[in-house]
Design a protein around this ligand. Structure first.
Ligand code: GMT
Length: 379
C-alpha cells in the first residue's frame, strides 16, 4: 500500500557539504510528510537544528576507543548502531548517503537484522569519482552497491562513471538534488549589499569547501580578468584546505581590497542572493548543489563542464560553461553576462523557472518515496 507512512533510518556525513545537506533536507521533508525519520550519525547534522521536530529522531553513534585499537572502529560502531535502531524502531528502510563506509555498514546491519530491512544507497560523487578509483576499496564499494536494494545517484554523469569505474551493470536510479522552495528564493539584499560593494559594482561569488577539486585558484584568475573590465567585488564563502593559498594569491595579485572572505555561513539563501554571478570552475562535480541553490535564488552560474554540472546549468540559458581550466573563456562569459542587463535578466528568469520546475523538493522527495515503496514491494 503506497502512501503508508514509513520508518526510515538516514545516515550521512553530518558536516560534509552537499551530501549532508541533501540527506538532512530530505529527512526533514519526509518527516513533514508523515514518515518517521531516524538519523543515525556521529553528530547532529548541521542543517537539522536542535529543536524538537515532529517525526524526527536522532541516534548518536558512539565509537569504542579501547587501548587495543590503533584506530577506533567507527564503521563497526555505526553498523551495530544501525542494526540496533532498525530492530528497536522496526525500521523499513535504511537510506545511506555515500558508499564509504555507510553503504558497507548498512550491508552489515542488514545481515544482523534480516531481509525485511531494505537498504537504499545514494551516491553523491567523491565516493565514486575518488574513492572507488582506489584499488584497495574498489571491491568493497562494488559489494556495498551491488547488495543495496536500490542505488540512486545525483546525476546521469555519476551513474555512467559508477558503471565504468566499478564495472557493474545493476540499475541505478537518477535522483537529482533539490532545494526547499520555502528557503531558496531571491532574498532582498538591499540593506546588505552596501557592506560589500559600491552601487556601481557587480558581485561575483564562490561558495565551497576549498578543496583542490574546486579549483578555487581559477576563481581568482577569472575575477582578476573580469575586474579589469567591470567594476566588481569577489565574495568567498566557506572554508577549507586551499584557503591560505588563495589568500596569498589574492595578495600577490594586489586584489586584497576587492575580495571579502565571509567564512562559513548558515543562511546560504541570503548570502547567495547578494551575488550577480556564481563561479563554479570545479575539476569534479557530480552535481554542484551550490549552483542549484544559486539558481533557485535567481543567480546564474559560470563554471566548468565537469561531471553533472551541464545537467543542472544549461549553457546559454541559465549560465555559461567552459572546459575545465579554461579561465579565459569563463572570464569572457562572465563579462558578457555582467555587461548585458537584458541577457542577465533572461538568465535570472530562466534560472528561477528551471529550479522550480526541475529541482523542486516535491518532485524529488516523491522520487525517493517511490523508490522506498518499490523496494518494499508496495508499488
Ligand atoms: O563536493 C564536495 O566537496 C562535497 C561532496 C559531498 O559529499 O557532500 O559533494 C558531492 O555531493 C554533492 C551533493 O550530491 C554534489 O552536489 C557535489 O557535486 C559532489 N561533489 C563532487 O562530486 C566533487
Amino acid at each position: 500500500e503506497q502512501g503508508r507512512s514509513l520508518k526510515i533510518g538516514i545516515t550521512c556525513y553530518p558536516s560534509l557539504g552537499g551530501s549532508g545537506v541533501v540527506a538532512t533536507e530530505l529527512g526533514k521533508i519526509l518527516a513533514e510528510k508523515g514518515h518517521q525519520v531516524h538519523f543515525i550519525t556521529q553528530s547532529i547534522p548541521f542543517r537539522l537544528g536542535t529543536k524538537f521536530q515532529k517525526n524526527i529522531f536522532y541516534h548518536e553513534v558512539e565509537v569504542s576507543d579501547y587501548y587495543v585499537f590503533r584506530y577506533p572502529p567507527y564503521d563497526l560502531s555505526l553498523a551495530t548502531k544501525m542494526a540496533q535502531v532498525a530492530k528497536m524502531q522496526n525500521l523499513d528502510i535504511l537510506h545511506v548517503h555515500y558508499a564509504v563506509p555507510h553503504a558497507v555498514c548498512a550491508f552489515l546491519a542488514k545481515q544482523m537484522v534480516g531481509e525485511k530491512l531494505k537498504v537504499v544507497t545514494t551516491l553523491h560523487g567523491t565516493d565514486i569519482t575518488v574513492l572507488a578509483q582506489d584499488e584497495s576499496l574498489k571491491d568493497l564499494i562494488r559489494l556495498a552497491i551491488n547488495e543495496s536494494d536500490a542505488v540512486t545517484a545525483v546525476s546521469n554523469d555519476l551513474i555512467r562513471e559508477t558503471r565504468d569505474v566499478l564495472d557493474i551493470s545493476r540499475d541505478i536510479d537518477l535522483t537529482y538534488n533539490f532545494v526547499d522552495k520555502r528557503v531558496y528564493y531571491p532574498r532582498d539584499t538591499s540593506s546588505l549589499r552596501g557592506d560589500f560593494a559600491n552601487p556601481d559594482e557587480k558581485i561575483l561569488m564562490h561558495i565551497s569547501n576549498f578543496r583542490p577539486v574546486k579549483r578555487v585558484s581559477d576563481v581568482v584568475d577569472i575575477f582578476a580578468k573580469v575586474n579589469k573590465v567591470i567594476p566588481s567585488k569577489l565574495l568567498f564563502v566557506g572554508e577549507g584546505p586551499d584557503l591560505p593559498k588563495i589568500q596569498s594569491k589574492i595578495n600577490e595579485l594586489g586584489l586584497g581590497d576587492k575580495v571579502h572572505f565571509l567564512g562559513k555561513q548558515d543562511e546560504i539563501a541570503h548570502v547567495i542572493s547578494l551575488a550577480d554571478v556564481l563561479l563554479l570552475p570545479s575539476e569534479k562535480e557530480s552535481f554542484g548543489l551550490v549552483a542549484l541553490e544559486a539558481m533557485a535564488c535567481g543567480v546564474p552560474t559560470v563554471g566548468s563542464e565537469a561531471g553533472g554540472i551541464p545537467e543542472l546549468v544549461i549553457h546559454g540559458e541559465t549560465g555559461f560553461l567552459a572546459p575545465i581550466g579554461d579561465v579565459d573563456q569563463m572570464a569572457d562569459y562572465t563579462i558578457r553576462l555582467l555587461s548585458d542587463p537584458a541577457l542577465s535578466e533572461k538568465f535570472i528568469n530562466a534560472s528561477l523557472k528551471r529550479a522550480r520546475e526541475n529541482f523542486c523538493d516535491e518532485l524529488i522527495t516523491k522520487n525517493y518515496e517511490d523508490i522506498y515503496y518499490r523496494v518494499l514491494g508496495r508499488e
